[in-house]
Design a protein. Structure first.
Length: 514
């Protein structure tokens, strides 16, 4: 994200996040019970009439007219489907009302059920209708010699196999429902595991920025750094640091504490200009790239849904055909198709393996998101876009594409997930001279780190001693730097500045680097 926004004002903060799962859950009222029970009673009467006064006389052979047999069976099947659908609706209404009173408001199972209620009811109703029709036809098998030859030639397949036709449709829809539930479960699981907390934190930070911007009474500049500098000078009355007493001139005590909880990263009771700018810009940057991550997540899930459809649809077709008794008919084509698939599998087997490993890496491991700043092989790069096979990175304003499977073997540092950066400064000293001044070196470094707690954590290590030729020792001095909102420019600047500080310390101690 550039430091200059695309428009004046804080448009990025005004926009809502893209593709955030909808957690609004409809809780049906009690009147729906009454309506469902009334329709259930009417449907039961229709089933009773169709069985005893329309179907049973024909199936038992007492009624010689068979012209409307197929229509009676279709109507009976439709009423049976409606009866089961209404029964499941009453059952799910009770379940949804029970879920509404539960403490776990965003339970994953609850969300999946409520977002697919109609789909689940239709599939289960078709399955139960088909099974009941199979039992029905077993006990009330039609007397075939009573059926006219013309009717047999036109509709005997529908008459005898209506239950299995319904069952095949139900199985096919069940396979697709399973695929839909897998994708939706993955979507919500990703949200709860990776995005919900980030969104909530960013929304709280945005509220603080809104509050500060409203206080100014001016439109935000397109240059974030310039705007943050102007706001800082206004709040601090052109002083070098912002204190609580300065903020209390513009905000009440509660709002002042919110501002310092957000901007005072080292909790020393003051906020410097660089600290204010980095946090201000970091909040906007976080929302910008969090929005990008949500949109890319939606794109990846769409691609994953397509891949799963290519797998589950053939399975559903095969199962449906097997139920209809068409498996033998399909065998003539299966041999030819399997030969083609086998030959293609040798060509695309490696790609399929890469896609599978990439899916695990992207959706399960998830080491980074769009907009994250990473360090890989000592190179600083920004994640631009995640793909099923490749991920694009911005390195020194150049776009680079790296295979996901190659990233699995890399040591990745994600600055969004890391609060501390370890910088190693390597020196070589005279062994005896270094040994005599080691404690003084530790004291001097401790004092320098304590002078600026906004940059340093105060922790450091002097380790990895290696004796080289002629009583020369190699030493690693590891300093822990703070990282605020992935502000890498400031981090690199702090690391470079500490190199000069370290050189001055060594000069004062008369420790010469060989």
């Amino acid at each position: 994200m550039p430091e200059t926004l695309n428009s004046t004002g804080i448009e990025i903060l005004k926009n809502d996040f893209e593709d955030v799962p909808d957690f609004s859950i409809y809780v049906p009222n009690r009147r729906r019970y009454l309506i469902s029970f009334l329709l259930l009673f009417i449907d039961a009467l229709a089933l009773y009439y169709l069985h005893f006064y329309s179907l049973l006389p024909i199936l038992s052979g007492t009624d010689g007219s068979t012209d409307n047999l197929i229509w009676y069976k279709l109507l009976f099947c439709f009423c049976l489907f409606g009866y089961i659908l209404l029964f499941l609706d009453i059952l799910l209404v009770a379940v949804m009302r029970r879920m509404a009173s539960s403490r776990h408001r965003h339970c994953l199972i609850r969300l999946i059920i409520t977002k697919n209620t109609l789909y689940i009811k239709i599939v289960l109703s078709l399955l139960l209708s088909a099974l009941l029709l199979i039992f029905y036809e077993h006990f009330f098998e039609p007397v075939k010699e009573q059926i006219d030859d013309v009717v047999v030639s036109n509709s005997i397949f529908m008459v005898e196999n209506l239950a299995y036709i319904v069952l095949s449709v139900a199985v096919f829809l069940l396979v697709l429902l399973f695929k839909t539930l897998v994708v939706m479960a993955l979507k919500y699981k990703m949200h709860f595991s990776h995005y919900r907390e980030r969104i909530e934190i960013n929304n709280r930070h945005n509220d603080v920025l809104y509050m500060i911007n409203r206080m100014t009474g001016r439109e935000m500049y397109s240059d974030v750094k310039q705007w943050a500098t102007w706001v800082f000078n206004l709040l601090s009355n052109n002083r070098s640091v912002l204190t609580r007493s300065c903020c209390r001139h513009f905000f009440n005590e509660e709002d002042t504490e919110k501002i310092f909880a957000m901007f005072d990263t080292n909790s020393d009771g003051s906020v410097a200009l660089d600290e204010f700018i980095s946090v201000f810009f970091g909040v906007i940057r976080e929302k910008y790239f969090l929005n990008e991550a949500l949109m890319q997540k939606s794109s990846l899930l769409s691609k994953l849904s397509f891949v799963l459809s290519c797998i589950f649809i053939p399975i559903g077709v095969f199962l449906s055909s097997a139920i209809l008794g068409s498996t033998l008919y399909l065998k003539n084509y299966v041999s030819a198709i399997s030969g083609a698939v086998l030959s293609l599998s040798f060509i695309f087997s490696s790609i399929a393996g890469e896609i599978f490993r990439s899916l695990i890496f992207i959706f399960c491991v998830r080491p980074f998101e769009a907009g994250d700043i990473l360090k890989i092989d000592d190179k600083i790069m920004t994640v631009k876009e995640l793909g099923l096979l490749y991920t694009s990175f911005s390195i020194d304003s150049l776009t680079n594409y790296i295979q996901n499977i190659k990233l699995m073997d890399k040591y990745i540092v994600n600055y969004r997930l890391s609060d501390v950066e370890e910088k190693v400064y390597r020196y070589t000293f005279d062994l005896f001279q270094f040994k005599s001044k080691l404690e003084n070196l530790k004291k001097e470094i401790t004092l320098k780190l304590a002078e600026d707690t906004k940059k340093y954590t105060g922790q450091f290590e002097i380790s990895n001693f290696k004796n080289i030729d002629n009583n020369v020792v190699s030493v690693d001095i590891k300093i822990h730097f703070k990282i605020n909102f992935q502000y890498i420019r400031g981090l690199i600047k702090n690391e470079d500045e500490f190199l000069f500080i370290l050189e001055n310390i060594l000069k004062e101690l008369a420790l010469k680097n060989h």
